[in-house]
Design a protein around this ligand. Structure first.
Ligand SMILES: Cc1cc2nc3c(=O)[nH]c(=O)nc-3n(C[C@H](O)[C@H](O)[C@H](O)COP(=O)(O)O)c2cc1C
Length: 324
């Protein structure tokens, strides 16, 4: 078993359009132990590797890093996993069985697999058989399709039988999408029932939330998604709290502003989102998420929502800093 699966790790959640190469590196610097790419479709890997490749780019400094795939055809998923492992050598391949988006569910992928446990098990077995010897297979699930069909226990059991190295459970059903609260009782029940490591996910917003799950001792690690978009410092804050028992002061406005500018500069250098104007437009939601963490930023939100150049962003942030 890889070393990172034997200790309590902080995972950055896979987030489409968010957990790109640059953001993963930044979170890693701030203390994320394990990171993961956005999901890619197995069919996309098979049919258009040149295009799909940019979603699953990894760098050595990010390791351990996983690539997440979705799909519903066991043979194609096995072949896609072989291509990914042969081309970029990730530390693990994560099977997505939680995505609620109609486009994915409509093709029987993502959370749709929760309604087809036998198919999910067959796909997992195919992945483990195909690449499992050199690359661990993990899975990410939700607790069930809806409140009447909670199936996390059965699904975890089947995944464990199929040979996964760990399972991440997002404590919501598919029909909850991102509403309501994540059900951590079910996550902890699954962790108690299985020997395979269970990573808990959903609504961990502060370092205190993370430290609570670490102290409670039920799960083998935790995964953080949306909170990292507003406060990527959550990783170092949580680690400090777990190590010393006392909270770390939050980053100053100056540190946050510097971080935002660095993130944008790195994205521009990397070029994933095109030229300057298109990169800034693509990153508007990200900038608004960062601004949430900055006191007094409310009046700057409309400007951030329209920003389309680095110079404009610098001005808005300078304004924001002088207000603070
Ligand atoms: C913008 C966005 C994109 C996401 N994309 C993915 C994805 O590609 N794969 C996946 O398994 N989950 C995806 N998720 C779900 C997250 O990984 C995570 O399970 C969910 O946000 C709950 O965790 P949180 O409360 O810490 O945000 C996404 C969530 C968000 C907000």
């Amino acid at each position: 078993m890889p070393e990172w699966l034997t200790r309590f790790c902080l995972y950055l959640a896979p987030m489409a359009g968010v957990s790109d190469l640059v953001f993963r590196s930044l979170c890693k610097e701030l203390g994320a132990d394990v990171v993961e790419t956005e999901f890619v479709s197995a069919e996309g890997v098979l049919q258009a590797w040149n295009r799909t490749h940019s979603y699953v780019e990894i760098s050595a400094s990010q390791r351990p890093v996983g690539v997440q795939i979705f799909g519903s055809n066991a043979a194609n998923m096995q072949e896609a996993a072989r291509i990914i492992c042969g081309e970029i050598h990730p530390d693990f391949i994560d099977l997505n069985a939680g995505c609620p988006v109609p486009k994915v569910v409509g093709h029987n992928g993502g959370s749709s697999l929760l309604r087809e446990p036998e198919l999910l098990q067959r796909i997992t077995e195919a992945l483990v058989r195909g690449v499992g010897e050199s690359c661990p297979i993990t899975a990410k699930i939700r607790i069930g399709w809806d409140a009447e069909h909670i199936c996390a226990r059965e699904i975890c059991h089947r995944l464990a039988q199929a040979g996964v190295a760990s399972i991440t459970i997002h404590g919501r059903t598919r029909s909850q999408q991102y509403g309501g609260r994540a059900n951590w009782d079910i996550i902890r029940e699954c962790a108690a029932a299985e020997t395979v490591p269970i990573i808990g996910n959903g609504d961990l917003v502060t370092a205190q939330d993370v430290a609570r799950e670490w102290r409670t001792g039920g799960v083998a690690g935790v995964m953080i998604g949306r909170a990292a978009m507003t406060n990527p410092w959550i990783f170092r804050e949580a680690k400090h709290l777990m190590k010393t028992g006392s909270p770390l002061a939050p980053p100053s406005t100056a540190e946050r502003v510097e971080f935002i500018l660095r993130h944008v500069r790195l994205e521009l250098e990397h070029g994933r989102y095109g030229d300057e104007s298109s990169t800034l437009r693509t990153m508007r939601a990200r900038l608004l998420a960062y601004a949430k963490g900055i006191p007094g930023s409310k009046s700057h939100r409309p400007a951030l929502a329209r920003v389309s150049s680095l110079a404009e962003l610098r001005e808005i942030l300078a304004d924001l800093s002088s207000d603070g």
